[in-house]
Design a protein around this ligand. Structure first.
Ligand code: NAD
Length: 491
C-alpha cells in the first residue's frame, strides 16, 4: 500500500482493517487472475489501497453461488430474513464512525456528509427488515362469480446491482435491503472509485450470518466487460442500476435480450423554484442543502435555481454568503465542510461547466476558479444572469456550482423547470398552498420538495420520470422491484 503523506494514523489503521478481496460464496478472496486495482484519495490523487479486480470468471463464480443460494434463501422464513437485516443495521450503526471515515477517504467528501449518509444508508436495512414480514397478497372473487383469484408475490430470482460512487453505502443498501427482504440473492458491482464501503458492508453481512451466495460483491476496474456476461445469463432475473443515463440506456439495451426486469435510477437536473412570496431565509437554507449536500455530487442536487426577478438579488447574495463560508479541505480532516470532487474527470467536467456558462453570459458571483495543486478541489461557486435555456442548464453539473436564472410568471417558471430530458427531483419555495399544489402537479418530476431542500426519505418512493429512470426505491414500493406477481385461479 502506498501511504499518502497527509493521511492521519486513524485513516491508515482503518484502511488496514478493511477487506480488499472479492466477496463470493461467503468469503473474501482474491481475483482468480490475481489482478488488483488502486483506490485513490481524491484529496491527493495518491493510492489509498489496492483491492481485488474481478474478471469475468469471478463474476461467473458469483453467479453460480447466487443461483445455488436462491431456493433456500427464497424459502427462508420472512422473520429470519428480517432479523438478519436488522442485525446488519445494528452493526452498521455500531461501526458508524468507521463507515463515515471510509466514505470520506474513498469519495473525498466532508465527514459530516458521510455521517449523514451512514444514518440514511443504514435506515434502508432497518426499513426493509420491517418490510420483509409484510409481503401481502390478495384473494378475491371474479366479477362473474365463476372463479376465485389468489394474488401472491414471489422473489424475482438472482439480481445484479450496479452502483455509483456518489453515495457508496446508501445506493447499495437501497438495493440489498429490498432484495434480501424479498428473498432474492444479489450480486453487487460497486463503482470502482468507492468499493471499500461495499466491502465493509459485506463484512457486516458475513458477521451477522447471511448464508453464502446471498450477497456477493465483485468490484472491478472493467465494469462493462464483467457485467455483460452476467446480463447475458438467462439465470439473471433482475438488474438494478444507479448511475448515469448514458450507461443506464446501454444496460436497458442489454437487458432487453433476456427481457430482464430492470430498475434504473439515472441522472437528474433538478430545478429549484423560488417564488416572490417565498420565505427567502428558508429558501436559502433549503437551497444550500439541495445544492451542497455531498459537495453537489448528488442526483437530487439542485442544478438550476429559477428565482422570481423581484427576489433574485436577495436570494443570490444570501446564498453566496452561506456558500462562501464552506471550509475546503480533505474530507477526513477536521473542520472540512467541502471536500474534493471524486476524480479528475469530475473536476474537469465541473470546471468546464463554469467556463462554458461564463461563455454563455453568466456572471461569477462567488468562486469560479479551480483550485490549483494536488487533489480535485473546486470551490463553492455561484453564477447568476444565466439565461434559463443556456446549455449549462441542460447538463448535470455534479459539483459545488449554483446557477441562478430569473423568471417573472408562474408559467414561465414551470416551463423552464420542465425544459429538460430529466425528471428526478424538483423543489418549490412559496407560501401559497394553492400554488404549491398546482406547481407540484405540473412539474415533470418523480419527486417534489415543497419548502424542503432534502427530500430523500427511506419511507418514500425514490425515483424519476422521463430519462431519469424507471422504478422506485424505498417506501412500501421498493420491495416490489424484487418480487414477481403471480395470480393463481381457483374455480
Ligand atoms: P456511471 O454511470 O458512470 O457509473 C455507475 C456505475 O455503472 C458504476 O458502478 C460503473 O462502474 C458502472 N458502469 C459504467 N459503465 C458501465 C458499463 N458499460 N456497463 C456496466 N456498468 C458500467 O455513473 P457515476 O459517474 O458513477 O455516477 C454519477 C451518475 O449517477 C449521475 O448521473 C447521477 O445523477 C447518477 N445517480 C443517480 C441516482 C438516482 O437515484 N437517480 C443516485 C445517485 C447517482
Amino acid at each position: 500500500m502506498t501511504e499518502t503523506a497527509i493521511l492521519p494514523a486513524a485513516c491508515r489503521d482503518l484502511l488496514d482493517s478493511v477487506p480488499t478481496g472479492l466477496f463470493i460464496d461467503g468469503r473474501f478472496r482474491p481475483a482468480q487472475s490475481g489482478a488488483t486495482f488502486a483506490v485513490s484519495d481524491p484529496a491527493s490523487g495518491d493510492t489509498l489501497i489496492e483491492v481485488a479486480d474481478a474478471g469475468v470468471e469471478d463474476a461467473s463464480a458469483a453467479m453460480e453461488s447466487a443461483v445455488g443460494a436462491f431456493d433456500a434463501w427464497a424459502a427462508t422464513a420472512p422473520r429470519e430474513r428480517s432479523e438478519i437485516l436488522r442485525a446488519a443495521f445494528d452493526l452498521v450503526r455500531k461501526r458508524a464512525d468507521d463507515f463515515a471515515l471510509l466514505m470520506s477517504l474513498e469519495l473525498g467528501r466532508a465527514l459530516p456528509d458521510s455521517v449523514n449518509e451512514v444514518n440514511y444508508g443504514a435506515e434502508f436495512l432497518r426499513w426493509f427488515a420491517e418490510e420483509a414480514v409484510r409481503i401481502n397478497g390478495r384473494y378475491t372473487t371474479s366479477p362473474s362469480g365463476n372463479g376465485r383469484i389468489l394474488v401472491t408475490h414471489q422473489p424475482v430470482g438472482v439480481a445484479l446491482a450496479i452502483t455509483p460512487w456518489n453515495f457508496p453505502l446508501a445506493m447499495g443498501t437501497r438495493k440489498i435491503g429490498p432484495a434480501l427482504a424479498a428473498g432474492a440473492p444479489i450480486i453487487v458491482k460497486p463503482a470502482e472509485e468507492t468499493p471499500l464501503t461495499m466491502l465493509a458492508l459485506a463484512q457486516v453481512f458475513d458477521e451477522v450470518g447471511l448464508p453464502p451466495g446471498v450477497l456477493s460483491v465483485i468490484q472491478t476496474s472493467h465494469a462493462a466487460q464483467v457485467s455483460a456476461p452476467l446480463i447475458d445469463d438467462p439465470r439473471l432475473a433482475k438488474i438494478s442500476f444507479t448511475g448515469s443515463t448514458e450507461v443506464g440506456r446501454m444496460l436497458l439495451g442489454q437487458a432487453a435480450q433476456n427481457v430482464q426486469r430492470t430498475s434504473m435510477e439515472l441522472g437528474g437536473n433538478a430545478p429549484f423554484l423560488v417564488f416572490e412570496d417565498a420565505d427567502i431565509d428558508l429558501a436559502v437554507q433549503g437551497a444550500f442543502l439541495a445544492k451542497m449536500r455531498n459537495g453537489g455530487e448528488a442526483c437530487t442536487a439542485a442544478n438550476r435555481f429559477l428565482v422570481h426577478a423581484d427576489v433574485a438579488e436577495e436570494f443570490t447574495s444570501s446564498l453566496m454568503d452561506k456558500m462562501g463560508q464552506l471550509q475546503v479541505g480533505p474530507g477526513y480532516a477536521e473542520g472540512t465542510t467541502l471536500g474534493p470532487l471524486v476524480n479528475q474527470q469530475q473536476f474537469d467536467s465541473v470546471a468546464a461547466s463554469v467556463v462554458g456558462a461564463v461563455g454563455e453570459g453568466a456572471r461569477i458571483r462567488l468562486g469560479g476558479e479551480a483550485i490549483e495543486g494536488a487533489g480535485y478541489f473546486y470551490p463553492a461557486t455561484v453564477l447568476d444572469e444565466v439565461p434559463a435555456d443556456a446549455p449549462v442548464t441542460q447538463a448535470e453539473i455534479f459539483g459545488p456550482v449554483a446557477v441562478v436564472s430569473t423568471f417573472t410568471t408562474e408559467d414561465e417558471a414551470v416551463s423552464a423547470a420542465n425544459a429538460t430530458e430529466f425528471g428526478l427531483a424538483a423543489y418549490i419555495y412559496t407560501r401559497d398552498v394553492d400554488r404549491a399544489f398546482r406547481v407540484s402537479e405540473r412539474l415533470e418530476s418523480g419527486m417534489v420538495g415543497v419548502n424542503r431542500g432534502v427530500i430523500s426519505d427511506v419511507a418514500a418512493p425514490f425515483g424519476g420520470v422521463k430519462q431519469s429512470g424507471l422504478g422506485r426505491e424505498g417506501g412500501s414500493e421498493g420491495i416490489y422491484e424484487y418480487l414477481t406477481t403471480k395470480y393463481i385461479a381457483f374455480t
